[in-house]
Ligand binder design. Structure first.
Ligand SMILES: *Cc1c(COP(=O)(O)O)cnc(C)c1O
Length: 372
């Protein structure tokens, strides 16, 4: 059996008719930038997230960057980010001129550890960016109360968790302003680059609309030095179609995760993802951990099972962040996660047979390596 890390086959088959029909309408409408499809998707996504506003932008990185800029965060400021996030979160902070301050994750949840946030807050701290990594919500009650106590903004990075909930509230609706990505492999993915910002604040909404469009809200009037980061009209049409399937697809991911947990639960020296109390993960990724991660990865590869590592090098050890002068060993939990984590295939359309096949291989590998 050959199993890819992820596949668009089932999703694409489900939406193909609608997408092609929509393409024809888009083509004929001849309004190719910021047309009615962007506006329609913005309305739909805001209502899906239970926020007042949604601003479509070019990608997830820009969604975070423009959110920070809308809050006037920039040079001289510090922004708290998880040390084990995907680097785009950190890059967005750097692009504004602010300094990213890394905080370790909880070793069990892989999300930023609220207990470790406070001692990283300084006079310069302006915001916290919780990242709902792998689809699992952060402990938003604790994070919101720290932010309130220290008068900080919260900007959720919801790129991996569209549709996840914490205490029945959707991720991407907690912060002052929140960012998400519709990169093709995300739970809600476009057919190219796309992203969005969600907020309940009308002023922030207007500022983002301006920032994404040359700093202009009214044609020929530029209020500030803005960017070009508009959500593509064609992508917006695709996203509107896909959004109506998102809950069903997320449920499917949860079912696949539950098969893995059932089959791999109790395997010695193997750590499985845990869901925190009163939170519902949407399993963007299914990440397991063990000591001989590279050995297992190679073994699965030999058996035609494709896996990935999210992420092999933590941001503080990347060349791009050498200037912050963090040494190896500074964030031991993040470093350990990067050495022991392995993402197993999880995608809409994955069958129980495939999950059984992969799980059996893992159990076999763990047995054989124990004997050695
Ligand atoms: C994908 C991702 C981003 C960046 O999104 P792009 O659309 O690729 O720019 C940011 N943060 C996280 C956590 C992501 O997974």
């Amino acid at each position: 059996m050959k199993i890819p890390f992820q596949s668009f086959d089932k999703i694409n088959a489900q939406i193909k008719g609608e997408v092609l029909e929509n393409f024809e309408a888009f083509f004929d409408a001849k309004k190719y930038v910021l047309g009615s499809q962007v506006e329609e998707f913005e309305n739909r996504f805001a209502s899906y997230c239970c926020t007042d506003h949604c601003i479509g932008v070019g990608n997830g990185l820009d969604a975070i960057k423009l959110s920070l800029l809308a809050l006037n965060i920039g040079e001289g400021d510090e922004v708290i980010v998880p040390a084990n996030t995907y680097i785009a979160t950190v890059l967005a902070v750097s692009h504004t001129g602010a300094i990213p301050v890394f905080v370790e994750p909880n070793v069990k949840t892989y999300n930023i550890d609220p207990k470790k946030i406070e001692k990283s807050i300084s006079k310069k701290t302006k915001a916290i960016i919780p990242v709902h990594l792998y689809g699992q919500p952060c402990e938003m009650d604790k994070i919101m109360s720290i932010a309130e106590n220290y008068n900080l903004y919260v900007i959720e990075d919801n790129a991996q968790a569209q549709g996840a909930t914490f205490k029945n509230k959707l991720t991407g609706s907690f912060g002052s302003i929140n960012a998400t990505s519709f990169y093709p492999t995300k739970n809600l993915g476009a057919l190219g680059d796309a992203g969005a910002i969600t907020t309940n604040d009308e002023k922030l909404m207007e500022r983002c609309r301006s920032l994404r469009n040359y700093g202009s809200l009214h044609k020929n009037y530029n209020d500030e030095i803005g960017y070009n980061s508009r959500l593509d009209e064609l992508q917006a049409g695709v996203l509107s179609i896909k959004l109506s399937y998102l809950n069903k697809w997320n449920q499917e991911r949860r079912k696949i995760a539950s098969w893995y947990k059932e089959l791999l639960g109790g395997v010695e020296r193997l750590i499985l993802p845990v869901e925190i109390n009163r939170a519902e993960s949407v399993f963007h990724l299914f990440v397991i951990r063990m000591n001989n991660r590279d050995g297992l990865k190679k073994y699965l590869e030999k058996k035609n099972v494709q896996t990935m590592i999210h992420y092999p090098i933590p941001s503080h050890l990347q060349k791009a962040y050498k200037y912050l002068l963090y040494k190896e060993g500074r964030f031991p939990i993040s470093e350990e996660l990067s050495e022991t984590s392995l993402s197993l295939p999880i995608f809409v359309g994955m069958t129980k047979n495939q999950v059984v096949y992969i799980s059996d291989l893992i159990i076999e590998f763990m047995k054989v390596t124990k004997l050695k």
